[in-house]
Unconditional design. Structure first.
Length: 247
C-alpha cells in the first residue's frame, strides 16, 4: 500500500502464487479502504497485482485444510471477503482495478467489485469455481448481465479483456504492461473531480440493484460453504492439486 498524490494504491503482493488471496488479505484490504473514508486527501483508489497477474483467486490448499474445520469458520472467512467487497462499494472514492495477466475466481470477483476496470489487452478473466464444484463468492454472481454471467460461471473458461469490454464490464483495454499506469492516470484525473458528487453517484448506482449487495453476498456465502464441504468439491480440488505436483 502506498500513496501517489491523492490516489491510494493497494497492491496484491504474492506473485509466486499469482497473487492468491486469503482471509488475511481480505481483512487488510477492507481495513485500508475503510480507513480512507474520513480522509479527504484520498480521492481515488487503485487496486493492482504485483508482477504478471492481478490475482489467481483463492488458495486451494487453504480450502483443502478448511474442509477439515467447522463450516462456521469458513462462513467467517467468506464474511471477511464480503466486507472487502462492501468496503469498495461504500467507499466515497472511485476504485479502479488495474488488471494484467489473470483475474480468476475470487480474484475476478474482487476485480468486478471495483467501480472501474482497466485491463491489458492480453489479460484473461475466468470464474473457475465450477471446475472445483464450488459456487462463486465475493459478488461474482451478480456483477454481469444474466446471459454473460451464466456463460462465464457455467463454462469456467478464460475470457479475453476485449470480450468483457464488449459486455461493458472492462472500461479500458490497453497494451500489455500499461494497465497500472493507465489506471493511475485515470485515478489521478478522477481525484481532481467533485468528491462529494462522485460519492453520491456511486451510492445511486449501487442502490439501484433489486436485492441489496449485502443480502446477495450473504446468499452467495451460504452456497459457497455448502459446495466447499461437498464430496465432489473435495475430489476435484484434490485432483487439481495432484496434477499441479506432476508438472
Amino acid at each position: 500500500m502506498h500513496r501517489e498524490g491523492a490516489v491510494l494504491v493497494l497492491t496484491l503482493s504474492n506473485p509466486a502464487a499469482r497473487n492468491a488471496i486469503n482471509p488475511s488479505t481480505y481483512r487488510a484490504a477492507a481495513k485500508a479502504i475503510r480507513a480512507t473514508a474520513g480522509f479527504g486527501t484520498v480521492r481515488a483508489i487503485v487496486l493492482a497485482g504485483e508482477g504478471e497477474h492481478f490475482s489467481g483467486g483463492g488458495d486451494l490448499r487453504r480450502l483443502v485444510r478448511q474442509r477439515k474445520l467447522p463450516p462456521p469458520e469458513q462462513m467467517a472467512h467468506s464474511d471477511a471477503l464480503n466486507e472487502w467487497v462492501m468496503a469498495m462499494q461504500e467507499a466515497p472514492q472511485p476504485v479502479i482495478a488495474a488488471v494484467e495477466g489473470m483475474a480468476a475466481g475470487s480474484g475476478f470477483s474482487v476485480c468486478l467489485a471495483c467501480d472501474l476496470i482497466v485491463a491489458a489487452e492480453d489479460a484473461r478473466f475466468m470464474m473457475s469455481n465450477v471446475k472445483f464444484a464450488l459456487t462463486p463468492d465475493g459478488g461474482g454472481t451478480d456483477s454481469l448481465a444474466p446471459q454473460a454471467v451464466l456463460e462465464m460461471l457455467l463454462d469456467g473458461g478464460p475470457y479475453a479483456a476485449r470480450r468483457l469490454h464488449d459486455w461493458g464490464v472492462v472500461n479500458k483495454v490497453v497494451p500489455h504492461g500499461s494497465a497500472y499506469a493507465t489506471a493511475l492516470t485515470w485515478a489521478q484525473q478522477l481525484a481532481r473531480g467533485p468528491f462529494e458528487v462522485q460519492a453520491r453517484i456511486k451510492q445511486l448506482v449501487y442502490s439501484a440493484r433489486g436485492r441489496s449487495r449485502r443480502e446477495h453476498l450473504d446468499v452467495e456465502r451460504e452456497a459457497l460453504v455448502a459446495s466447499l464441504y461437498s464430496d465432489e468439491s473435495g475430489e476435484r480440488i484434490k485432483e487439481f492439486l495432484a496434477s499441479r505436483k506432476k508438472r
